[in-house]
Design a protein around this ligand. Structure first.
Ligand SMILES: [Zn+2]
Length: 272
């Protein structure tokens, strides 16, 4: 039995909360997510990233699915000069529950998200501006390919970060290859992994990715919650120029979207 009522944290949740789901500029909406048996094709934008400590706060979606809300700790994350990155007291460090009080390291970095191979067709097809995803066969499996073509955030557990470091040690440049970022579900446990991608791209946007790296918001500021919105461009098909696609959602679409993201959040129930 959990020591606290997990439902009690929903109202204070900063990750996956209604506002974050509703706002297309939110960090949550701009973080690449994969559901079980799906994978995203990504490329790291630069070598850097943020490694900070977070509290693992249990939460529950409106649909009753449990998930973990990783909350940045404002007490233990300090800059090289010894001052806190964000000068405010961390409420979770004062918790009487040791599971809430403890912190774990997580990685956050910028990646270019080419697209995701889903196991099901676009669930938001009834929404204006939504298009069906291309049906593609890979081996024995049918996938629905969503094209994204945007810089996005990549969040990883410490375990996955360690795996990435091992792969990195055998590469000249982290930014030279594409990766498949996969979610695997087996025996009630969800895990995530990274492996070299063999997806053929008609255009890899290598030059555009290099060019945009210096314009992206500071990753440490995003991790710390100092920057809470990002407005990233969507690259056009051929790479020359790009179009902005952050049209705010209409109220009517929010409910439907919440159901779709509900399912997505629940796949994050277990750390990987
Ligand atoms: Zn803390």
């Amino acid at each position: 039995m959990p020591k606290v009522d997990v439902g009690a944290y929903v109202a204070n949740s900063n990750s996956g909360g209604t506002d974050e789901i509703r706002n297309p500029l939110s960090i949550w909406r701009n973080t690449v997510r994969v559901r079980p048996e799906e994978y995203a094709v990504i490329r790291f934008i630069d070598e850097g990233g943020d490694l900070s400590r977070y509290h693992n706060i249990p939460g529950m979606t409106q649909g009753g699915a449990r998930f973990t809300n990783y909350t940045y700790c404002t007490d233990v994350n300090i800059k090289s000069d010894g001052n806190p990155v964000r000068a405010e007291a961390c409420p979770h460090c004062m918790s009487m529950d040791p599971d809430i009080k403890k912190t774990t390291e997580r990685f956050l970095g910028w990646i270019f998200h080419y697209g995701t191979f889903h196991t099901e067709q676009n669930p938001r097809l009834d929404r204006e501006g939504q298009e069906p995803w291309d049906e593609v066969k890979r081996g024995q499996k049918i996938f629905y390919r969503e094209t994204v073509r945007k810089p996005q955030l990549f969040a990883a557990s410490f375990t996955l970060y360690q795996n990435l470091k091992t792969i990195r040690s055998e590469m000249d440049l982290l930014t030279s290859r594409n990766f498949d970022y996969r979610c695997i579900r087996s025996q009630d446990r969800t895990s995530y992994n990274l492996g070299f991608s063999d997806t053929q791209l008609s255009y890899d946007f290598a030059n555009e990715i290099t060019a945009i790296s210096q314009d992206l918001p500071d990753i440490e500021g995003i991790a710390a919650g100092i920057i809470i919105e990002v407005d990233v461009p969507q690259f056009s098909e051929e790479g020359d120029g790009y179009t902005m696609s952050s049209t705010p959602d209409s109220q009517a679409s929010v409910a439907r979207e919440e159901v779709a993201y509900d399912n997505m959040v629940s796949s994050e129930a277990t750390d990987g």
